[in-house]
Design a protein around this ligand. Structure first.
Ligand SMILES: [Zn+2]
Ligand SMILES: [Zn+2]
Length: 230
């Protein structure tokens, strides 16, 4: 038994079975998000890019996700988020099929000034969790897609978890003003292409708000890449 096993005994992130990070049963239940849809009209679109007709000012240019946000994924994300066990997260990411990553070839081909931007957490959340799970995912994606990570966005407002707010209008108010762009970074951001990374999309309001703030500050394109999508 290794030192790490002593403090973080291996158990399945999905069902709690001891001795493994993802048991074969939960592995089988993972559903890859194979659809490529326009984020706005939900109709088919190559690479999940927003149709030119659907693209309004400050909108997201495209969204790609690896898994469906179903019960197994919910448990996995909750465990990776709240237990300070990044080793566990790394083990989980190793189970992702290489061909799914290959579907992200669109991002690899982006040219110009391209940056990964993890959706930032507030300083308080970082202290609670010890790490930002979005940054953790960026580091994983960087193994396949070689762009630098940027720190353009700052989280300026503590927000309630969007899932706890049922009313659409309240959700919007909750996130309004949650992000701003670091003033020192405005010139670097201008005309750049941003790949915004987060763990999960549910209502999509977090990424909409983050993309709007980035575009208002001059970002040329904003794409979104997430581990899971509801
Ligand atoms: Zn399991
Ligand atoms: Zn569309």
């Amino acid at each position: 038994m290794s030192f790490v096993d002593l403090f973080f005994p291996k158990f399945c992130l999905g069902c709690g079975l001891l001795g493994t990070y993802i048991c074969p049963h939960c592995q089988k239940d993972l559903r890859y998000y194979e659809k490529s849809l326009c984020f706005y009209c939900k109709r088919a679109s190559l690479y999940g890019l927003t149709h030119p007709n659907c693209l309004k000012k400050f909108n997201i240019d495209g969204v790609s996700s690896i898994f469906y946000y179903d019960n197994v994924l919910k448990k996995i994300i909750k465990n990776v988020k709240y237990r300070l066990a990044t080793e566990v997260g790394r083990e989980f990411l190793k189970t992702i099929k290489p061909e799914t990553i290959r579907e992200l070839s669109f991002y690899k081909r982006l040219s110009g000034r391209v940056y990964f931007q993890p959706v930032p957490l507030s300083a308080k959340k970082i202290r609670e969790r010890g790490f930002n799970q979005a940054l953790f995912l960026v580091k994983f994606f960087q193994r396949f897609i070689k762009f630098p990570v940027a720190d353009f966005l700052i989280r300026v407002k503590e927000t309630k978890p969007q899932a706890e707010i049922k009313n659409k209008k309240d959700r919007y108010q909750n996130l309004r003003g949650a992000f701003k762009v670091d003033p020192e970074n405005h010139s670097a951001l201008a005309g750049s292409k941003i790949i915004l990374v987060d763990d999960v999309i549910t209502s999509g309001s977090t990424i909409r708000e983050a993309a709007k703030v980035l575009k208002k500050s001059g970002a040329g394109k904003v794409y979104v890449l997430t581990l899971a999508r509801g």
